[in-house]
Design a protein around this ligand. Structure first.
Ligand code: GLN
Length: 191
């Protein structure tokens, strides 16, 4: 099992460290040829317009979209979630656009730029997950084929559609390994 981490900009090192703690090998993805060497991929948080632009500049956008559409397991966190959404409210920024969700960027408002909350995520475990949100998006709408995994109030912050998993928060910034383990075991290995 080898997991690619898109290494354009943002929190890719933190994802590598989390996967290393799970004993999972990683590969920093910067070239299209690397996409044939991995069993899953993580798109980190950061700045979605920057990562989207760089994916285009590095000729990764189209090949990555094709690999995801043909089943490559993918986990998008925060900016990564924005890049996977088919619809982004008030934005025509470049995107991978494979998942049937509509997202709003920086959606929790200026007063609460960053916050942490204990999230109930029954799919991931009984104990709540401490979730770190940084200028976070949330999901405004999902199609019926999308499974909602977690909400903050009425706002969807984690969801799955087949091989695609997204979270509005940053599981790579806490010591809790359960979300990455869920990605590896359920989404990548289909256990
Ligand atoms: N606000 C960023 C964006 O819109 C996402 C923030 C993050 O990834 N922590 O791209």
């Amino acid at each position: 099992m080898k997991i690619g981490v898109v290494a354009m900009q943002g929190a890719f090192r933190e994802h590598e460290q989390t996967l290393a703690r799970l004993g999972v090998e990683t590969l920093r993805i910067r070239r299209p040829e690397q996409l044939s060497q991995i069993d899953g991929i993580i798109i980190p948080g950061g700045e979605s317009t920057t990562i989207g632009k760089l994916l285009g500049d590095f000729n990764l956008m189209e090949p990555l979209r094709e690999r995801i559409l043909s089943g490559l397991p993918v986990f998008g966190t925060c900016a990564g979630m924005i890049l996977l959404a088919k619809e982004i409210e008030n934005s025509n920024q470049p995107r991978i656009g494979t998942m049937d969700i509509k997202v709003a960027r920086n959606a929790f408002g200026r007063q609460v730029d960053s916050f942490e909350v204990d999230l109930e995520i029954p799919e991931v475990g009984q104990e709540p997950v401490r979730a770190v949100f940084i200028r976070a998006p949330y999901i405004l709408e999902v199609k019926p084929n999308v499974q909602v995994l977690a909400k903050v109030d009425d706002k969807i912050v984690m969801a799955r559609q087949d091989n695609m998993l997204v979270s509005a928060f940053h599981p790579e910034l806490t010591d809790d390994l359960r979300i990455h383990r869920y990605f590896i075991e359920k989404v990548c290995k289909g256990l």
